[in-house]
Design a protein around this ligand. Sequence first.
Ligand code: NI
Length: 398
Amino acid sequence: MKEKISKKAEEIKSFLTEFRRDLHQYPELSFEEVRTSEKIAQALRDMGLEVQTGVGKTGVVALLKGNSEDKVIGLRGDMDALPVEERNQTSYASKHKGVMHACGHDGHSTIILGAARVLHSLRDEIPGNVKFIFQPAEEAGGKGAAGMIQDGVLTNPKVSAILGVHMWPAPIRLGQIGLNYGPSMAASDSFSLKIIGKGGHAALPHMTIDPIVIASQIINMIQLIASRMIDPLDPVVISIDLVHGGTRHNIIANEVELRGTVRTLLPETRTYVRERIEKIIKGVTEALGATYELTYLLGVAPTLNEPALTQLVEEASREILGDDQVLRLPHPHMTGEDFGAFCQTIPGTFIKIGVHSPEKGHIHPLHSPYFDFDEEALVTGVKTVAYAAVKYLSQDRF
Ligand code: NI
């Protein structure tokens, strides 16, 4: 099976390249993936697969029925692009002004489509079912995955495990893949805070409650959460991204507005940080005579790779790619990814597909206007997910 998948993945390299370059030229923003989802749905129908469209608005789902009804594994790729103006001069550079596949989602959907093609050609030998999930709006703060889950993508038939892919720059080289055990991507939350003091004359501070001084205390004290209250080996990022208050000198403002970003890896830390932020705000404003209004928005959940499933993907990828092509990543990433929503519901693993290649000039980070990758990475991705899916379906331990 390993040899067959490997051979077929190599054989479709030009199909993968063409398909990805087409998506790359016509990128579409979150929930606007109309052309993209039509292209994908058509390609799946051409293979002879059962296709569902409009799942979670612009999502596409296809089901491959193997030779047993037993288990269903899901393979997920996202489809949306970013509001970035592409700076690359390639023949397949974006034709949509101000929109670009700067996060590699053109690659993710092509990998899942390629896996569909490879597995469909071997369907009589596959001991279970595979659901191919093309998700819209990954860049929409969790709405893409949530919409598909709400529309029942993980049921009927019930999906028992899910694999997701992401193109990954340094340190993962072209041809390699990287895996994290446990946390892989961070939870991404944010908050808006208004501190309400009492404005007045800047030369008569005792007649006022100065929200700017109070805001500065809060900004500093919030930094103590990461540095003094959390295990240094459990990463937490808290950034204040906006401070707005005051009109001109000689006037003490009446109120100050702050906004912040919070990234955590563990669910318990996520809850703890949220509680501490509010405690600090409450304590400082109370002590200094101000009041506050706080809105705390929970964004995407952390992506937590289920260890047994990750182990299976590691074994499968070592077999099909070779030992030196598989990295156990020492650290998770503090960027967010709404694949976390799937992992909260069923066991999941997020596979980072290496694209770093200084030889080919592919050295730019995700979301850069220069981000690009060599399509050999798509072949690597197809081999990995297709073989891991078959291995999952063949084993009794799941
Ligand atoms: Ni992405």
